[in-house]
Design a protein around this ligand. Structure first.
Ligand code: 13P
Length: 259
């Protein structure tokens, strides 16, 4: 079964809505220049909440063939949760994707696997696709516990989902020590963990879910290293931070399959 790779650009807390308009437009020009085909490799931008309406309007109005989404969501539908943004609000903007459990949310906001699981369920309930992040810190990698750590996270964040739901979502393996550091996991490191995640999905949710779930690698992905990472059999895309803020560079990453 073939999985269409998903290359998602996580802008993090960068670009106001005016800058976002320029960045999405320039990205689209670069993709068109490179003969982008969404069936070969799908592009998406994951933008700050304040950019979503602008990005949604441009993507729809200019028929820009890329996905978009948010970087977080509340686990509640509505109510007295000052500062939070709900899944129905994001669905109303026609977000395709919502990232949940990014390591920066885990680290700076104390997000747990149980909370991330609840957020992922909300995203699914409102018809969007969660990109659920897992990954180990350097200390755990040095102790050689990265596989058991990531599989425990995977178990927690997928708890209670059906095989169909798991088959349709995206898991992003992002080793924390490789995020924004220029330190890239080797393709073999990425494959080891992405393969183990798929093995867990196969054992727990069955072969159909394992064959269709998309597993991304994230951490210092650039045009210069994406080809070798994407050559690994269990890596189905990339979650790109810094390099996604440069439209020409990000377009090259999306078009990795052209070599
Ligand atoms: P960098 O690509 O900047 O290392 O960020 C990775 C990341 O955290 C994407 O979510």
């Amino acid at each position: 079964m073939s999985r269409i790779p998903l290359i998602a650009g996580n802008w993090k807390m960068n670009k106001d809505h005016v800058e976002a308009a320029g960045l999405v437009t320039k990205l689209w020009w670069s993709l068109i220049d490179g003969h982008y085909e969404a069936e070969q490799s799908e592009a998406a931008v994951i933008v700050p909440f304040t950019d979503l309406h602008t990005v949604a309007t441009i993507i729809e109005g200019d028929k820009i063939g890329i996905g978009f989404g948010a970087q977080d969501v509340s686990e509640h539908d509505s109510g007295a949760y000052t500062g939070e943004v709900s899944a129905p609000m994001l669905a109303k903007l026609k977000c395709n994707y919502v990232v949940v459990g990014h390591s920066e949310r885990r680290e700076y906001h104390g997000e747990t696997d149980a909370l991330i699981n609840a957020k992922a369920k909300k995203v699914i309930e409102y018809g969007m696709t969660p990109i659920i992040c897992v990954g180990e810190v350097l200390e755990i990698r040095k102790e050689g516990r990265h596989l058991s750590h990531v599989l425990t996270q995977t178990k927690g964040v997928l708890d209670g989902l059906t095989p169909e739901q798991v088959g349709a979502l995206v898991i992003a393996y992002e080793p924390v020590w490789a995020i924004g550091t220029g330190e890239v996991a080797t393709p073999a490191d990425a494959q080891e963990v992405c393969g183990a995640i798929r093995g867990y999905v196969r054992d727990t949710f069955g072969p159909a879910a394992a064959d269709s779930v998309r597993i991304q690698y994230g951490g210092s992905v650039k045009a210069s290293n994406v080809v070798e990472i994407m050559a690994e059999p269990d890596v189905d895309g990339a979650l790109v931070g810094g390099a996604s803020l440069d439209p020409a560079e990000f377009a090259k990453i999306v078009l990795f399959y052209k070599g």
